[in-house]
Design a protein around this ligand. Structure first.
Ligand code: PLP
Length: 361
């Protein structure tokens, strides 16, 4: 690419294009999640109470002090967004990046970190994708995953809110996160998030704390933990990388946003699409006992996870203490099958974007 793309007057970044693209090293027919990174990244530093000018440069290593505050005290937040290519027109479409920018700022607020202008957040993504447009996969079910991250960079081991931060965006061509339906274990000992904690923020520490219980679940042959409330371990919350939905009789149920779970953008999109189709979607507390009861009555028709990386993933087994709920795949899952294909069609520009969810590059 020779000409630099148009950027609105008020936002301009420094651009240093790489001299050597790595794109020929990538097998686009075999894209494990999050392993390969496109040629460029975005970097912007916060110093003396303000964000400096952003820089687009070759993806590469960072030099950090061993005292970098984020490594010690965990002021670190991130986001996950996808860009898809319309297979008919070749157009690149980013799905709901302004919603991610808003959630990023909610996370920043909770973690006492500086917010970022939503326009800068989205312009930086656009700029990166314009430069690395060839990295957006053309194959079905593959996307360019966009990972913004911010962390504290004070060079000081005192426990206090940092004064300096780094904001980065990297992009990664990816295939599907889960290639088959998943099995989950209901948490009955460990906790991901408690009332008043950081569960609603997309904070790195939430994921760090989930690693050990998730490893235990994997050793038992399960893919993920289905987290429960911190007081009684009864109310279902979310999965490590996804929000959850259940279909009980005629009702689609998803746990309400009560501060301990992530405000998923896929979750919100599913609620919109199903409700517009006339399906009853209820956001409420739902306990493991409700699920067991529904299973006994033969009306637990579906369970699925929903997230940017994993899209919509069927849950085929839910283990809780000595009880195993098995939910068959098939026609009983008509709502999730429909909403998955509808959402994919919107994301890829095949169905009209009536909600204004897409940002075109
Ligand atoms: C813990 C958790 N819950 C839910 C989600 C789904 O959120 P979204 O649909 O915005 O990707 C994610 C993924 O980002 C997640 O990590």
């Amino acid at each position: 690419m020779t000409s630099l793309p148009f950027i609105p007057q008020k936002i301009s970044f420094e651009i240093h294009k790489t001299k050597r693209s790595r794109i020929n090293e990538i097998d686009f027919n075999n894209l494990p999640f999050g392993r390969f990174f496109s040629d460029h990244m975005f970097e912007m530093d916060y110093q003396n109470g303000q964000w400096k000018r952003g820089v687009v440069k070759a993806y590469g290593k960072l030099e950090l002090s061993p005292a970098t505050a984020a490594l010690h005290y965990g002021q670190a937040i991130f986001e996950g967004i996808k860009a898809n290519r319309n297979q008919n027109t070749g157009e690149i479409l980013v799905f709901r990046p302004y919603d991610n920018a808003r959630r990023f700022n909610l996370s920043a607020h909770r973690m006492d970190m500086p917010e970022i202008d939503e326009e800068i957040f989205v312009e930086a993504i656009k700029e990166l994708i314009k430069l690395d447009h060839q990295w957006v996969p053309t194959t079905e079910n593959s996307s360019l995953y966009i990972r913004p991250v911010m962390f504290s960079t004070d060079d000081c081991v005192g426990v206090r809110t940092s004064e300096n931060y780094k904001f980065l965006i990297m992009t990664s061509p990816v295939g599907p996160y889960y290639s088959k339906p998943i099995k989950v274990v209901v948490a009955d000992k460990y906790v991901r998030a408690a009332d008043g904690g950081t569960g609603e923020a997309k904070a790195a520490g939430n994921y760090g704390g989930a690693m050990y219980p998730t490893s235990l679940a994997k050793k038992r042959g399960y893919d993920q933990v289905l987290w429960t409330d911190s007081r009684e371990h009864r109310y279902l919350e979310e999965i490590g990388t996804m929000n959850v939905f259940f279909v009980i009789g005629d009702e689609v149920v998803t746990p309400s946003l009560d501060g301990t779970i992530l405000r998923g953008i896929t979750r919100d999109s599913i609620i919109h699409l199903l409700s517009e189709k006339g399906v009853t979607v209820t956001e409420r507390r739902i306990s493991i006992d409700d699920l067991i009861d529904a299973q006994q009555k033969g009306i637990l028709f579906d369970a699925f996870g929903a997230g940017t990386a994993a899209t919509i993933t069927p849950i085929e087994e839910i283990a809780y203490k000595d009880t195993l709920l098995t939910i068959p795949l098939g026609e009983n899952r008509k709502h999730s099958i429909w909403v998955k294909s509808e959402l994919e069609a919107i994301k890829r520009g095949i169905k009209p974007d009536v909600h204004n969810w897409l940002v075109k590059i």
